[in-house]
Design a protein around this ligand. Structure first.
Ligand code: HEM
Ligand SMILES: *[C@@H]1O[C@H](CO)[C@@H](O)[C@H](O)[C@H]1NC(C)=O
Ligand SMILES: *[C@@H]1O[C@H](CO)[C@@H](O)[C@H](O)[C@H]1NC(C)=O
Ligand SMILES: *[C@@H]1O[C@H](CO)[C@@H](O)[C@H](O)[C@H]1NC(C)=O
Ligand SMILES: CC(=O)N[C@H]1CO[C@H](CO)[C@@H](O)[C@@H]1O
Length: 544
């Protein structure tokens, strides 16, 4: 009995391997026609089952073998792009193709080609399957394409406006101030990533749903608190997104599963409950003629009602489409601003740790903050007046994004090109081949002795800096994330500076170097690019 099960299992595996290598051969023959450099990997790096084990188990195992430093260990795992930097393009030029049993991936590092790809939206749609995960909560902006997408896009774009940015600004300033209060009284801080995530979630929740929460530090959080359970459930979903994609919510709802999976299922339920509640409250408020204020949720509901009957092609959004969209806000919002309920969440954590290792950059932005904000209390900081003047703070964002782009951008050639379908991966390392984190490269000064008011931000050549994407699918949350980031940095660094905690036998210079290296080595891709163990760099905040 056991033997026959074993034989069945082995032959199934054999059949699967034979089939996938047959596909690999076909893909290789297709790729050869392009006449560009190729790299062939035997297992698809986007295979979810493989993604669960690649970097955790197999790649390190192979690296130890004598022949282990070849193309397999270099390319056959998710997130290899970050570790490789621009080396592959340096070796092979602007274009090369990764041949896998799944599909071929064209890596592009040329601004001209990129712009062309971004402009020709219908020729190069987004590869939908890669985003199926967000569909767990209903169809959404990020996963739909074609006319449905246009409908969603029109409605959501109207929600990201200057009025909303003002909310983002004032909420970020308040949250950053409270976070700083927590950090300065709980030194050394080893919860930087967790706390910046809280900040981002709170900003999103305020600007997105009109629900304000007071900032609570990592050790202050009380269980059962709404904000905490919302944050925790979102965190659980994001940390386990691959599992969620593999299993789907239906399978997860099964009762006799390991605790980890049941927790994950519970998280999806809690999160959806939270969204339903916010949605219902808002709908009731609107019906009574008393909406809670301008926020993304209100705008979404209102815009969808103004657009006629839901369900129709040119009508409003259906309820499940609204949930789907809100999840995209959360999801999109979350991982780039600090592996967060906001993109900016990951970024803020990166920036804070990088700044801790770069005292001169801290001085440089503090100089700007004093020049623009003076001694004014945070309540008097003004979005319209102050935000555009904080160019150095924006430069910190740009530079962090340049090296730590949290969202990979991919396009596909779609089905209509028949059997030559392949996906296009936009490489992060365009043209500026410097791996040094130096925000001042983004600032133009005509006369370095003149006041810093005359500084401007460098506008990169179009198509050479695409962290927020370009063209019709450009990130609608671009300004949102800039405002949140700049306001948070301003709140943190005007009056304070941050240093790494010294380890035994270290001086400050060695500690900074260690932290800089940690950021580099400890960064990996979960859903988005993030620091895997940010708690290994505890930080101390000191008043200037
Ligand atoms: C620094 C932070 C951010 C970065 C780098 C970023 C980057 C991106 C990129 C590259 C895309 C396009 C993905 C693709 O075409 O494959 C995108 C789409 C999107 N982003 Fe962001 N984003 C950020 C912050 C935000 C925030 C804070 C929100 C919402 C509050 C947001 C909402 C969205 C939405 C809704 C889409 C889908 C747009 C569509 O499909 O038409 N993003 N973002
Ligand atoms: C990787 O693959 C390319 C092309 O197939 C080959 O020329 C190169 O030698 C390989 N590199 C290593 C380290 O095996
Ligand atoms: C963070 O620091 C606190 C005490 O300062 C310690 O109890 C806790 O274990 C640390 N956490 C991590 C993840 O290192
Ligand atoms: C700086 O800007 C001020 C006013 O905008 C202008 O009068 C001055 O000439 C500028 N200085 C330089 C060096 O560009
Ligand atoms: C759950 C759901 O309806 N998901 C949809 C999301 O969008 C894609 C593309 O339009 C559809 O194929 C899915 O069915």
């Amino acid at each position: 009995m056991l033997l026959s099960v074993l034989i069945l299992f082995v032959s199934l595996c054999g059949a699967w391997a034979a089939y996938s290598w047959y596909c690999l051969l076909l893909n290789y023959l297709r790729a050869r026609k392009f006449g560009i450099p190729l790299r062939v990997i035997p297992i698809s790096h986007e295979n979810p089952l493989w993604m669960v084990v690649d970097k955790k188990i197999f790649i390190p195992l192979f690296e130890r073998l004598p022949f282990g430093n070849g193309n397999f260990t270099r390319y056959n795992w998710r997130g290899w792009e970050f570790a490789d930097k621009y080396r592959s393009h340096f070796e092979m030029g602007d274009l090369f193709m990764l041949v896998t049993p799944g599909r071929n991936w064209l890596y592009v590092c040329s601004p001209d080609i990129l712009l062309d790809v971004f402009q020709r939206k219908s020729d190069f749609p987004r590869p939908l399957e890669l985003f199926e995960m967000v569909n767990v909560f209903g169809p959404n902006l990020s996963t739909t394409d074609g006319p449905t997408w246009q409908k969603h896009r029109k409605i959501t774009a109207s929600c990201f406006n200057e009025q909303n940015n003002e909310i983002v600004w004032s909420e970020s300033v308040v949250q950053a101030r409270d976070m700083l209060r927590y950090w300065s009284t709980n030194s050394p801080v080893n919860s930087t990533a967790d706390d910046t995530r809280t900040l981002s979630l709170n900003v999103l929740s305020s600007a997105g749903f009109g629900k304000s929460y007071k900032f609570q530090g990592h050790n202050e959080e009380s269980l059962g608190n709404v904000a905490t359970s919302y944050k925790e459930s979102l965190q659980t979903i994001l940390d386990n997104c691959i599992l969620l994609m593999v299993l789907g919510t239906r399978l997860l709802s099964f009762e006799y599963l390991p605790v980890k999976l049941r927790t994950l299922y519970q998280a999806t339920v809690t999160f959806k409950q939270y969204m339903t509640e916010v949605y219902e409250n808002e709908k009731r408020a609107i019906a009574k003629g008393k909406p809670t204020g301008r926020n993304l949720m209100t705008s979404l509901i209102r815009a969808s009602q103004e657009n006629g009957e839901p369900g129709q092609q040119d009508g409003g959004l259906t309820e499940s489409e609204i949930y789907g969209n809100i999840f995209v806000f959360n999801f999109a919002g979350h991982d780039t601003t600090a592996h967060t309920l906001a993109f900016a969440v990951v970024l803020l954590a990166f920036a804070v740790v990088l700044l801790a290792a770069s005292p001169s950059v801290q001085d440089w932005i503090s100089q700007e903050l004093h020049c623009v904000l003076g001694d004014r209390p945070t309540e008097d900081w003004n979005y319209v007046h102050d935000f555009p003047r904080l160019k150095r703070c924006q430069a910190v964002l740009m530079e962090t994004l340049r090296l730590y782009t949290p969202v990979p951008i991919a396009k596909s050639t779609g089905e209509k090109h028949g059997n030559s379908e392949f996906a296009i991966q936009i490489s992060r390392y365009l043209k500026i081949h410097s791996l040094e984190w130096r925000p001042s490269r983004w600032i133009n000064t005509e006369d370095p002795d003149e006041s810093l008011r005359n500084e401007t931000i460098t506008t990169p050549q179009k198509g050479s800096f695409v962290a927020w994407s370009e063209g019709v699918r450009i990130c609608p949350g671009k300004k949102f994330s800039q405002v949140e980031f700049v306001a948070s940095i301003a709140g943190l660094f005007r009056d304070w500076r941050v240093e790494p905690v010294l380890q035994k036998g270290e001086d400050l210079r060695m500690a900074r170097k260690r932290v800089m290296e940690l950021v580099e080595k400890d960064t990996g891709q979960v859903l988005l690019l993030q620091m895997l163990h940010p708690e290994r760099a505890p930080l101390i905040w000191r008043k200037r």
